[in-house]
Design a protein around this ligand. Structure first.
Ligand code: DGL
Length: 287
């Protein structure tokens, strides 16, 4: 059984981590529906991308990232990175005595609820797609669902280049997404932090024939549901956002605004030495 956090813990921040700044798309959604909550965000900009790394390395990094947040007394950990959610969610859940929310389950649930034909497309990084984690999350809920999964790695740099409505993005999306039209899927899961920014191009390329699901938006709703259910929702004040990055360049600050939709108030540097210090130290194992 999960440990119930005492009521005073409602004032603690929500912890969110990602391989970089893409996870700010989820922070944006959380802030929309939970404006009073303080959020502590960690983006591992020094070690990104995760989407092209091995499962072992993604797991190690993800556990270190979660530990960084846990040490700062967050009341819930949100694994905003799809690559990390795909490979490390259960390890993180087993390692920290706070609720842990990943992006796969909320996204899978939402896709199933809109798909009539039970034919669902999934796009993500190479790591996310090769893990088969979205397939498992969908099949666990409906064994008859048919899934077409495709790695679409070029979409990440396109967003980071601010090519959001650029013709090049349209060409790349057309090439990547044509299979979903041929296969006649009726829902497409955006399985990567960056893809919601390309939503309009994706919708246009799919000619309105496919419902596009933003897993990040669904994750924010799940965070709300969990903190309400556990009685740890903050009830007063305006929520503050503190962003820690393991590397800061002027470029990252600029891109952070694209993802967040506003200028971030506080960006701090997290030392990589601290993040990589003995990851087992201070961990509370849950049995
Ligand atoms: N945040 C990653 C994800 O959602 C995309 C960027 C990366 O590869 O690190 O999978």
């Amino acid at each position: 059984m999960r440990r119930r956090l005492p009521r005073s813990e409602s004032s603690r921040p929500i912890g969110v981590f990602d391989s970089g700044i893409g996870g700010l798309t989820i922070v944006k959604e959380i802030r929309k529906i939970l404006p009073k909550e303080d959020i502590l965000y960690f983006g591992d900009t020094a070690r990104l991308p995760y989407g092209s790394k091995s499962p072992e390395l993604i797991r190690r990094y993800a556990l270190e990232d979660a530990h960084f947040l846990y040490e700062r007394k967050v009341k819930i950990i949100v694994v905003a990175c799809h690559s990390a959610s795909s490979w490390a969610l259960s390890e993180i859940r087993n390692s920290f005595p706070v609720p842990v929310v990943g992006v796969l389950e909320p996204g899978a649930k939402a896709a199933l609820s809109v798909s009539r034909r039970k034919k669902i497309g999934v796009i993500g990084t190479k790591a996310t797609i090769s893990s088969g984690a979205y397939e498992r999350a969908l099949k666990e809920r409906d064994k008859d669902v048919e899934i077409i999964a495709k790695a679409t790695p070029l979409l990440v740099p396109l967003v980071e280049e601010d090519f959001i409505s650029h013709p090049v993005s349209k060409i790349v999306c057309r090439e990547y997404l044509k299979v979903f039209l041929t296969e006649k899927v009726d829902a497409l899961l955006l399985g990567c932090t960056h893809y919601p920014l390309l939503r309009s191009v994706i919708r246009e390329v799919l000619k309105g024939k496919v419902k596009v699901i933003d897993a990040g938006k669904e994750t924010a709703k799940e965070v709300k549901r969990i903190i309400e259910e556990r009685g740890i929702k903050k009830s007063s004040g305006r929520g503050k956002l503190k962003i820690y990055l393991s590397d800061i360049t002027p470029e990252f600050e600029k891109i952070a605004q694209i993802f967040l939709g506003e200028k971030p108030e506080v960006i701090l540097r997290a030392s990589l030495r601290e993040i990589t210090k003995n990851p087992d130290e201070g961990l509370v194992k849950r049995h």
